[in-house]
Design a protein around this ligand. Structure first.
Ligand SMILES: Cc1ncc(C[n+]2csc(CCOP(=O)(O)OP(=O)(O)O)c2C)c(N)n1
Ligand SMILES: [Mg+2]
Length: 380
């Protein structure tokens, strides 16, 4: 029988003793020999050079339109506060990368929008920028190559300055840049509190956004795989009480439900809200059973538009012509329609179906009020 390795962090004095106990347990149960190893401390992030900070400060002082594009630690509360001070001092605009692992947002924090996914919208946002300063972010490019549209989203004549990479110390870099441009402590403009009114009428991406904005609880953790339905969710939730927002980072699928499950395990004292596309949700719906079994406090909303809407948009974006019946059928997830209420209940999660904004408001609020998992199928 091979040895079993027990890894532990040695940050606390009691950890080593606990790890020894675990190892003795492993020995007793498995008959194997447990070996103990400490996990090496996480290496400090590399600091950026003074030259880079000076170059970025020069760009900000040039008088030409500048923008900071942020991600990683720079879109947590403290990074955003520093970026906000720099914006106040220099007139630079702020934007987050299109995908961000975790943004801290809501009332009292420096508000930030993400670079839009659709190429035309992204081009419009970046059109006048002459200096783009990347803080942990990568230079923006289109997700796909579309005929007659650029892949590089920055306009001609825009200089791109990399203040810090994702692996580097973005917070230290922002502190140094704030000093270099004479940004004032507490000079940042923060988001005032404000919620939209509860929406009425048809259930649409806009009314869903308003309902989220009206009801999102303080301290919520949002796991967002809403794909096309959620593109306007940021605007309507900007003034909600402080919360964390986690996005899918790329072209993978099925992240939302397990991400919400993990967040609820990690933070049992916070409400987790999972925003899930119906197509994406089908890849990992067994996470609902874990939520039921572990009594996890997750309210899931499934956007039942009965289609892979994004792939329809992409097909027309690459000018593939009008899809024939076979191609169209590949993008459709009806026939039969998925019954998310039955799927959720079948895994032990109480659920209901909303077809109007009024129904959604009531059911989403009920889900939030329940201490365990709940699922709302929002029929679009
Ligand atoms: C593993 C994998 N398979 C397929 C895809 C292609 N894909 C991207 S988004 C998507 C469907 C998203 O559908 P849904 O969650 O219903 O959101 P909607 O587009 O309807 O808003 C698919 C199939 C992918 N990105 N990864
Ligand atoms: Mg869909």
């Amino acid at each position: 029988m091979s040895d079993i390795l027990v890894l532990y962090y040695s940050r606390h004095g009691t950890t080593a003793e606990l790890a020894r106990q675990v190892a003795r347990g492993v020995d007793a149960v498995s008959g194997a020999k447990a070996r103990l190893r400490t996990v090496p401390p996480v290496a400090a992030r590399a600091r950026v050079t003074e030259e880079i900070v000076a170059r970025c400060a020069g760009a900000l002082r040039s008088g030409e339109p500048a923008m900071l594009m942020l991600t990683g630690l720079a879109v947590r509360e403290c990074g955003l506060a520093l970026a906000g001070r720099i914006a106040t001092a220099t007139g630079a605009r702020l934007i987050a990368q299109g995908s961000n692992a975790r943004i801290q947002r809501g009332a009292g924090r420096v508000p930030i929008e993400r670079l839009p996914y659709p190429v035309d919208q992204a081009l419009a946002v970046l059109k006048d920028v002459r200096h783009l300063i990347l803080v942990g972010a990568k230079a923006p490019v289109a997700f796909f190559a579309y005929p007659d549209k650029p892949s590089v989203l920055t306009p001609d004549g825009c200089q791109v300055h990399q203040l810090s990479t994702l692996a580097e110390d973005s917070i230290g870099a922002l502190e140094a840049l704030a000093d270099a441009v004479g940004a004032k402590k507490n000079g940042e403009v923060v988001q005032p509190p404000g919620r939209p009114a509860l929406p009425t009428g048809a259930l649409t991406p806009d009314t869903l956004a308003a309902s989220l904005g009206a009801l999102l609880p303080e301290g919520a953790i949002v796991a967002d795989e809403s794909v096309t339905t959620g593109r306007g969710f940021f605007r309507m939730t900007a003034g909600a009480p402080p919360h964390d927002w986690m996005n899918n980072m790329g072209g993978s699928i099925g992240l939302g439900l397990p991400l919400a499950t993990g967040a609820a395990v990690a933070c049992p004292d916070r409400k987790v809200v999972c925003l899930e596309g119906d197509g994406s949700g089908m890849y990992t719906l067994q996470a609902l059973w874990t939520q039921a079994r572990e009594g996890l406090d997750v309210t899931t909303v499934v956007f039942a538009n009965r289609t892979y809407a994004i792939l329809r948009h992409e097909l027309s974006g690459v000018r593939a012509g009008t899809p024939g019946p076979k191609a169209a059928d590949m993008l459709d997830i009806g026939r039969p329609d998925l019954d998310w209420v039955a799927l959720a209940r079948g895994m032990g999660v109480p659920a209901s179906r909303a077809t109007t904004a009024e129904e959604f408001n009531k059911q989403f609020a009920a889900g939030l009020a329940a201490p365990g998992p709940y699922l709302v199928e929002a029929v679009l």
